[in-house]
Write a protein of this length. Structure first.
Length: 107
């Protein structure tokens, strides 16, 4: 039993050292993403900062069909996207650009 424990400990140390040496190279290529969450009457929503596209995930929490308006900024243009969701529907919408978080509302 002690031999097995030593072998596992040696493997963990080896993997840990490998990860420690690989970490700086990985950190240089991975960019952190900020997750944004919020709610408006009848909707909960979330999205993460993307590079060229952004996906918003939504959930209609009301008992009737509702509409959610989301403004995307793509370069110099702002585009309004109106999402229609049935009662208790969950879904997502992916578009080029980034979301203007202050402009997510019922419409």
């Amino acid at each position: 039993m002690k031999i097995l424990g030593k072998a596992v400990a040696a493997a963990v140390v080896t993997v840990g050292l490998s990860a420690a040496f690989a970490l700086p190279a990985q950190a240089a290529t991975v960019t952190p993403m900020s997750t944004h969450r919020g709610s408006v009457p009848c909707f909960n929503w979330s999205w993460a900062d993307g590079t060229s596209t952004t996906t918003i995930y939504y959930h209609n929490t009301c008992d009737t069909t509702q509409h959610l308006c989301v403004w995307w900024k793509d370069g110099q243009e702002n585009n309004l996207h109106r999402i229609t969701a049935a009662a208790d529907e969950k879904g997502h919408l992916k578009e080029p650009g980034t979301i203007k978080s202050q402009d997510i509302e019922n419409c």
